[in-house]
Design a protein around this ligand. Sequence first.
Ligand code: GLA
Length: 728
Amino acid sequence: MGIVFSEKNRVFTLHTLDTTYQMKVDDFGFLLHLYYGCRTDGNMDYLLHFADRGFSGNPYDAGDDRTYSMDFLPQELPCQGTGDYRSPAVIVKNTDGSYGCDFRYQGYRILEGKYQIPGLPAVYADAGEAETLEIYMEDRATKVRITLLYGVLPKWNMITRSACVENQGAGKIYLEKAQAACLDFVSGEYDLLCFYGRHTMERNVQRTPVAHGAQVIGSRRGTSSHQYNPMMILAEQKTTEDAGACYALSFVYSGSFKGEAEKDQYNQTRILLGLSDEQFSYPLDAGERFYVPEVVLTYSNLGLAKLSQNLHTCFRTHLCRGKYRDCVRPVLLNSWEASYLDFTGETICHLAEQAADLGMEMLVMDDGWFGKRDDDNRALGDWYVNEEKLGESLGFLIQKINGLGLKFGIWFEPESINEDSELFRKHPDWALTIPGRDPVRARNQLVLDFSRTDVVDHIFESMCKVLDQGNIEYVKWDLNRSLCDCYSRGTEDQGRVSYDYMLGLYDFLERLIQRYPNLLLEGCSGGGGRFDAGMLYYTPQIWCSDNSDALDRVLIQYGTSFGYPMSAVGAHVSAVPNHQTGRITPFHTRGVTAMAGAFGYELDPDKLSEEEKQEIREQIREYKQHAALIQSGLYFRLTDPSVQQAGAWEFVSEDASEVLVSAVMLEIHGNMPVNYVRLKGLERDCMYREAKSRKLYPSNALMEIGIPLPVRMGEYHAYQMYFKKEEK
Ligand code: GLA
């Protein structure tokens, strides 16, 4: 059983295959956190330490006992107003204007299956795969209730947390902060790994010791953002890829967020993740409920590789959905870097002909096909086909492309609007702008008020009208700016707008996948500006970065791999000099790098030599051969490309019989030392045969000493080696 409650000790224990999570209802009804780590039996309430400490106040009901204080006890749901002066997970502003909430235990329920959250993405599980624990807490003074939700997926070593706040009082209250996950550690020295970046350079890894004070990451951009990913790892300072304890917290939400890691006055560590509390003041009238978006937790005592693999497997099989979840995705040619906004139907058709000739499977018509979209200053919002520009109807164009044996995909940016659009001229109040103020423009566009259902409905209908014009099998859903001016004309409570916007977005996406169950959706926000677990619930793949430079991609994909499965990483081979960096890399290197994810091309084949075209055919053949392994194999980072001379990674089949090793040289020097890449995850005491050389290698040596990357003249060479285990 995954969830056990001991009536005697009032201790809840959640077990997964390899981990245990424990908490206790104490004498006063507070819910104290006891333990999260390696699987164990027993009662860990011995870890609680009580002491009379100056300036750490005591709850009233502790009476004369000065040793009991929320200021240092580890908690499941730290609230502002209980005498805990560390960062809280919940802040409530009450009807009388006072701040404070003091949730005490009321009861619990253990349910079969994994809870779902109305209107929000969440990990799901089939019958028998999960259990849910609901813990009911109440603030006695105000009758505000909170139900803490714990989902336990034993096989995947996953624990999920969410909460539902319900106003059972008589007046209106405001939620000022709402975070689903808090982990308190009474001992240990930790590092925080976070994933920072910028447009075209997302998810760089930063590892820093958790120090006194708080380290805060987050987004106030209305999207999860390029700048910080909503994912945090807390690792013991000695933890490496292969050994040591570490914890991951991943937010299943795509809007503004806040993550905090704090070392307190007693050297204890607290980590929190959830909604951003800026511009957040969510009203709850009597009887109303609020759902806190979910945070996924996992633990590994076998280092970071295992931690990432836990997340990969869970997200790939219990968060992503739809027809394409377990399928190898079609190899596509995207028109963006081939022709940008400058194309006609003929251009698209010509691209498709070449794609077919080269062995690709889908043509994606990117930005530029709708309204008067001749440049990127206008027409967002006008989701009707510009037949004049295409020179033909969309239906006819699709038929021709399907006739070539290719699938057809199309780009949308449903949340955005240009002032120069028919939609804006008709409904200027549909954009997020503040009355009396000039809005902030970005890429010369504004964002639609998706907190309003009438706006969402209109865009949904116009999108469906396009999708119904032919056999469209893929949609790239983009958003090319951060939100600002978050003011809605649909409400008087502006503190609810950014959360309601996300509900509107998720509702739209849900309706889309229900209406078009066979559609492959790819998420995108200027590349990887919304690469998060929330989006993966709707879009099983996300364009990882607008940077298609093979070398930068090695770094970006390295950072991304800590939290997300490679099946979700949209990765394309593009032209050189690269359009984002001007760098020239070998064609083979671009192929090897893009093959680490959902593979495709983003270039104009007309500009390629016959030799390069032949290389594409070869690459696709090779990709297809390994695609299933890439899609669902265990992923290992073999080097750290931010400090090593080579970037290297590996996919290993679950039974360790197949291994695909890829490496890219990031540096070249005179009289270059040889780089040996150590393989991981192979079966010990076995022989593995490399497919191209037909050479046999002992697995122990491959893992302990490595395989040499032969030194070659020239920059940025790549290596791809496929090994198969020999039967004994
Ligand atoms: C964003 C995307 C690109 C492309 C353009 C089109 O930047 O990330 O791939 O679709 O928009 O405007």
